[in-house]
Design a protein around this ligand. Structure first.
Ligand SMILES: *Cc1c(COP(=O)(O)O)cnc(C)c1O
Length: 227
């Protein structure tokens, strides 16, 4: 894939305008640049354009990439993890990750906490919710989360800052809206109990406008930026 700097900038600006147009609180919204599509060389070119907040979805590739970004000039780049995380691969991301969006089970959360303690870090994380109950998606069902939610907030070294979800790709606009609204209600309910809950990660290239309308604070955008 060829990089077209001007196109990326135009697409980014368009999304930025959409944030102002559709979000109830545009100043709280961040665009996470999903960089899984790019090799190191292209990624460096994108950083040179001024972008500094990226999301990767494969733990091993995340590690391999970050090894190439050890230079001082990359020290302010923020790296989020958005993909399915296997317990034995937590070690690849634990020392550099800014936010893990994809904590999709209590067992995974416990394991991240353990690794965080071992590495003397406090990790910021989001609970991934399977809001549509699609079998192909991972994440915790809202009812299951609510049954014993206190335990998710009891970790010494993982701070849960909010929730993440992915809407089914084939869903209608109306369905997507109802899923995202449920997520917004979930976040607002828990924000009352835990005032450090601030984030709602939802919306990708094809559904970020619905996500913005429903209060997303992080939209995860890949293909829309360069296509
Ligand atoms: C790839 C990916 C995205 C971005 O997808 P696009 O459709 O390219 O915007 C967002 N979230 C997750 C979890 C992804 O894996």
């Amino acid at each position: 894939m060829e990089l077209d700097n001007i196109k990326i900038q135009q697409n980014y600006n368009k999304i930025f305008e959409d944030i102002k147009k559709y979000s109830p609180y545009p100043e709280k919204v961040k665009i996470l640049f999903v960089s899984k599509y790019f090799d190191v060389e292209k990624h460096k070119a994108i950083i040179d354009m001024g972008y500094d907040y990226f999301g990767e979805n494969r733990a091993q590739l995340y590690r391999d990439k970050l090894n190439e970004f050890s230079d001082e000039k990359y020290k302010n780049i923020k790296w989020d993890f958005i993909g399915r995380l296997q317990k034995n691969k937590i070690k690849y991301i634990i020392n550099s990750v800014n936010l893990i969006h994809s904590i999709d089970s209590y067992e995974l959360l416990e394991e991240i906490n353990k690794k965080a303690i071992e590495n003397n870090r406090v990790i910021n994380g989001l609970i991934q919710i399977n809001v549509s109950k699609e079998e192909s998606k991972t994440g915790i069902y809202i009812e299951d989360f609510k049954k014993d939610s206190e335990k998710y907030f009891s970790m010494s070294n993982v701070k849960i800052e909010g929730f993440m979800t992915m809407a089914p790709y084939e869903a209608s606009q109306q369905e997507i809206n109802s899923y995202f609204l449920k997520m917004r209600e979930l976040k607002e309910e828990y924000q009352k109990k835990y005032n450090y809950i601030t984030e709602l990660s939802m919306g990708m290239s094809n559904d970020y406008i619905e996500a913005l309308k429903n209060g997303a604070t992080i939209i995860r955008i890949g293909s829309k930026l360069f296509e």
